[in-house]
Design a protein around this ligand. Structure first.
Ligand code: ATP
Length: 308
C-alpha cells in the first residue's frame, strides 16, 4: 500500500546552528494511529511542523497523498489538520465562530451541519456560544481539536494531546482519537507518555536527539513488554549452561552464580515448571528465585540512553 505520508532524508538545522533532526525516513500508513514518542527536545514538534509545512526542512522531501509539500503546499495543507500544544488566539471568540472560521481558512464552504457534528462529537455543543476564555483547560483542548477538524482533514496531527490533563480527560481524548480513526482519519500523535503510546498506537516511532531510532508495531513492542525474566541463584557456580538444560532459553550470568531464564508471560505455558524439573534431574540446586519484568519504559529508556 502506498504510504499516506512519506518522509525521505529530512533533516533540520535551525538558524541558531542547532541540529534538531538528522536524516529522518518515515512512512505513515493510511488510517493508522502512529505515536511519535520521545523525551523533551527530541525533535517531535519539529518533525510534525515540517510535515505540516510550518517549518522548512534543511534537506529532504515529504510527500502527502503523493503530493510534494513544497510544490503543492495548499493542496497538502487542506488535507491536514494540526492540533497544537496550546491555544494562542481566539480567546474572546465564541466556540462556534472560531471553529467555523477555521473551516473558512481552508477555502471550504460553510457547513453548519458538519460543524455541529464536530462540536457534538467533542461534547462541546452546549458550549458553542461560550467565549473560549471562559472554558476550562480541558474544554479548550477540545476546541483545539474542533478547529483542526473544521475543514474535514484526512490526516490529523496531535502535538502532545494530553500533556498536563487529568486522567478523565486523557481517557476522553483517547476515545475521541479512536473515533476519528474509525471514521477513516489517519492520526499522528506526539507524546512523552509511554502509557499513551501503549494504549493508542498501531505503530510507535521513538525519536531521541533528532534521530528516529525505532519504528515498530505496537503489538511487537507489547510482545517485548510481555517478556519476563526468572533469575535463579545457584548453590554452586557453573562454567557453562549444562547440555541437559539446552532446550530452555537460559543464559549464565558472568561469574556463573546465576542463571537467567527469559519467558513470555502471554504464552500458555511459561516453561518454569519444566525448567525446575530439568534442573533437579541435572542435580543443579538453587538458593533463591526472583522474577522481573521489562516494561516499554525500560526499552524506551535504554534506547534513548544508547543515543546519548
Ligand atoms: P517537547 O516534548 O519539549 O515539545 P520536542 O521533541 O517537540 O520537545 P522540538 O520542539 O522539536 O522538540 O525541539 C527540538 C530541538 O530544537 C530542541 O532542542 C529545541 O530547543 C530546538 N528548537 C526548536 N525550535 C527552535 C528554533 N526555532 N530555533 C532554534 N532551536 C529550536
Amino acid at each position: 500500500m502506498t504510504p499516506v505520508i512519506s518522509v525521505k532524508d529530512v533533516n533540520k538545522t535551525y538558524a541558531s546552528g542547532h541540529v534538531a533532526l538528522k536524516t529522518i525516513n518515515l512512512d505513515i500508513r493510511e488510517k493508522e494511529i502512529f505515536a511519535l514518542l520521545g523525551p523533551n527536545g527530541a525533535g517531535k514538534t519539529t518533525l510534525i511542523s515540517i510535515i505540516c509545512g510550518i517549518v522548512n526542512p534543511t534537506g529532504g522531501t515529504i510527500h502527502v497523498n503523493g503530493l510534494d509539500i513544497a510544490r503543492d503546499y495548499r493542496a497538502v495543507r487542506s488535507i491536514i489538520g494540526l492540533v497544537p500544544q496550546e491555544l494562542s488566539t481566539d480567546m474572546f471568540e465564541p466556540v462556534w465562530s472560531t471553529v467555523s472560521f477555521s473551516r473558512g481558512l481552508f477555502g471550504k464552504k460553510p457547513n453548519p451541519a458538519y460543524v455541529e457534528k464536530v462540536l457534538r462529537d467533542l461534547s462541546l455543543w452546549d458550549k458553542k456560544d461560550s467565549r473560549i476564555m471562559t472554558l476550562s483547560g480541558g474544554m479548550k483542548r477540545r476546541v483545539l481539536i474542533a478547529k483542526a477538524l473544521a475543514h474535514e482533514p484526512r490526516i490529523l496531527f496531535l502535538d502532545e494531546p494530553t500533556a498536563g490533563v487529568d486522567v478523565e480527560l486523557r481517557k476522553d481524548m483517547w476515545q475521541i482519537v479512536r473515533g476519528l480513526r474509525e471514521s477513516g482519519v489517519t492520526v499522528i500523535l506526539t507524546t512523552h507518555y509511554i502509557e499513551e503510546a501503549e494504549e493508542m498506537a498501531d505503530r510507535v516511532g521513538v525519536i531521541a536527539n533528532g534521530e528516529l531510532i525505532l519504528v515498530q508495531e505496537k503489538t511487537e513492542l507489547m510482545r517485548k513488554l510481555g517478556k519476563k525474566q526468572l533469575t535463579v541463584e545457584l548453590q554452586k557456580p557453573l562454567t557453562e549452561v549444562p547440555s541437559r538444560l539446552a532446550a530452555h532459553a537460559l543464559e549464565l550470568a558472568p561469574g556463573g552464580h546465576t542463571l537467567v531464564f527469559t519467558y513470555d508471560t502471554q504464552a500458555e505455558r511459561t516453561g518454569i515448571t519444566a525448567l525446575l524439573n530439568d534442573m533437579r534431574e541435572a542435580g543443579i540446586g538453587f538458593k533463591d528465585l526472583a522474577t522481573s519484568q521489562s516494561s516499554l519504559e525500560d526499552i524506551f529508556v535504554d534506547l534513548v540512553r544508547q543515543t546519548k
